[in-house]
Design a protein around this ligand. Sequence first.
Ligand code: CO
Length: 219
Amino acid sequence: MDDLTPLLNGNRAWAAAMTAEDPDFFQRLINQQSPDYFWIGCSDSRVPSTQLVGMLPGDMFVHRNVANVVVHSDLNFLSVLHYAVAVLKVRHVIVCGHHGCGGVHEALANTHVGLVDNWLRHVQDVRHKHAAIIDACESLDEQLHQLCTLNVIEQVVNVCQTTVMQQAWAQGQEIAVHGLIYDLADGLLQDLALQVTRPQDLVDQYARAIAQVADSRGS
Ligand code: CO
């Protein structure tokens, strides 16, 4: 069995390069972290959150799972969200999906992979909720493209509805929830123009984002 030599060598080279560029870099990070961003993304190895926005350690708090799903009873997620919002006081919560998502594809095709099928039921719920948009697509590729986007929008809503976000806004905390989607094909993020800065904006923002997806059919 191969050992971890490539990882450890890579780590030493990385740490040396970081120190060469900025001798105080690691020292500064020892005592505190104060990231402005909390990223909720897919576990996919091709979507490395901090790296794809050119940020450094210390810049972004991160939670990733298969298909970037926000589940109301997921204690793991809720704990990370609470820590990011209430303790670290991040200013932006970002739900980032990606096109070509394997988890969304499994949910769409209703394939049976194993345990993860249960997790992906949440994405199937999104598919059923937006059956009119998905069923109007002319190809599986188009359906996948649309469902990846719709999934981000629904997870943004789920974030906004958590007690953590509702309490933060009720207390006057300045914090925005955003929806982004990443394209594996060109490495670019698309802003879904879904930005919620206060709970009363959610319904309108959501309706506009869904309408935008419906209008983009075939484009
Ligand atoms: Co994915």
